[in-house]
Write a protein that binds this ligand. Structure first.
Ligand code: FE2
Length: 441
């Protein structure tokens, strides 16, 4: 009897298997039913991968969906600095509404899916006192849950102990409103003592609500911003190993050798995932340096060599801090491996782990179902290359994206269109920013 499947992908290289062979992949329902050299039978949808690489889809492990796509509103950032960005955002924040957030998130998630990212961990600013950001992002998470998985982190942008009567309570309310993870920003507290107290508070809250922790930690070029060690201490004390991510950690770029020697084993022991944001770090850090300028990105290969998990985040797309981006995690990865000099031949074949398996480990939910293997959830991307090397050379969107057995992006159209399957129908996603045409140059 000839088998019939929902989708059959033919002639695919599969990441993690020998590249001198191609395979057929059959999908039935939301699962990968079969992988074999040749599958007899046929699919309702047949895709010829022509030897291209199939990988599990990407994660964006650190992203600010509340500010996404607000570039130029109320004005553009001319200095390109973090500080001008903060001023612009303070003005833009006053106009936030749930609908404003949801409509911007809708376009941002379409970009992400078109470019092969199916999981986004986002931060919602809880020091914005109406908690509109939390309400907007929790609503967006629910509205788009058939299209993409979003986790919302309660993120105290202006610190927790900076307003001890209000900010801790706002964090609690954010969790009551449905936030998934507890955030923190200890390097933005007024003193070291407050930073330690804020970390302790975050762990207490995480314990009370049984939540994972995802902090902004040591996002500065100051090498004596040493909050990561405190996060590691409390991770061990609370038994939260494997449940804590530390975003940015740019200070670790500037640590001296003696400190590195002491701290790296502690981070490994605590099972903390480090989440650099290469596009934003290389753009915003090193701003107090003349030349030579520090790169200001957490040293990825150093962490990996020391057995510490590292995943990546896009952080921003077209907002007051970063005017570029289209939700392509390959751009993020491309920047990461250049900044940290990870272009050794064997390294190139491991690079994709930073936006796939390493991230899946930190995301935790569904980890056992992640990967292109028989019986696992049918989540995969067909990338534009024969191997990892081509993918990183050629870049650009994947040809196809499949989520839970459904084809959700098809970028093979003749006009180089990005096309997503959103709420039951195919639509073209416009990647162009037309307002820029008005710029006087
Ligand atoms: Fe961030």
């Amino acid at each position: 009897m000839v088998e019939k499947y929902d989708i059959v992908i033919r002639n695919a290289r599969i990441r993690g298997r020998p590249y001198d062979k191609t395979f057929d992949i059959a999908i039935e329902g939301d699962r990968i039913a079969k992988i074999a050299d040749k599958i007899e039978g046929h699919g309702g949808t047949e895709i010829d991968a022509k030897g291209r690489l199939v990988s599990p889809p990407f994660f964006d492990m650190h992203f600010h969906l509340d500010s996404v796509l607000t570039v130029g509103d109320p004005r553009f950032n001319e200095s390109g600095t973090l500080w001008e960005g903060i001023e612009i955002w303070a003005e833009r924040k006053k106009k936030l509404s749930v609908d404003d957030i949801v409509s911007r998130v809708e376009l941002a998630v379409k970009y992400h899916v078109a470019y092969g990212t199916l999981w986004i961990r986002t931060h919602a600013d809880t020091t914005e006192k109406t908690l509109t950001t939390v309400k907007g992002l929790v609503k967006a998470r629910e509205l788009f849950k058939d299209f993409i998985d979003i986790q919302v982190t309660a993120f105290p942008q202006d610190g927790i102990m900076t307003e001890p009567d209000e900010h801790p309570e706002l964090m609690r309310k954010a969790l009551e409103l449905g936030a998934d993870n507890v955030g923190m920003i200890p390097h933005n507290e007024y003193t070291r003592e407050d930073a330690v107290e804020s970390i302790k508070f975050a762990f207490e809250l995480a314990k009370e609500y049984n939540k994972d922790i995802d902090g902004h930690v040591d996002e500065t070029d100051d090498p004596i911003s040493r909050n990561l060690e405190v996060v590691a201490k409390y991770t061990l004390r609370y038994g939260w190993q494997g449940r804590v991510a530390a975003g940015h950690v740019t200070a670790s770029h500037s640590w001296d050798a003696a400190y590195r020697y002491r701290i790296l084993p502690l981070i490994r022991k605590a099972g903390i995932t480090i989440v650099p944001n290469p596009l934003i770090n290389i753009h915003l850090q090193g701003r107090f340096d003349f030349y030579p300028k520090r790169r200001g990105m957490a040293p990825i290969s150093l962490y990996l060599k020391n057995g510490i998990n590292v995943a990546l985040g896009h952080d921003c797309i077209m907002d007051p801090w970063y005017p570029l981006g289209v939700g392509d995690m390959l751009q993020v990865l491309f920047m990461a491996i250049h900044v940290d000099q990870m272009l050794g031949w064997t390294d190139l074949f491991k690079a994709l782990d930073l936006i796939t398996y390493n991230a899946a480990k930190a995301w935790r939910k569904g980890y056992e179902d992640y990967g292109v293997e028989e019986g696992k959830k049918a989540n995969l991307v067909i990338l534009n290359g024969l191997t990892d090397v081509d993918v990183l050379r050629i870049m650009g969107p994947p040809l196809y994206v499949i989520r839970n057995g459904t084809l959700v992006a098809d970028n093979t159209g003749p006009e180089r269109e990005l096309k997503v399957f959103f709420k039951g129908k195919w639509e073209v996603v416009n990647p162009y920013y037309e307002k820029a045409i008005e710029t006087k140059i």
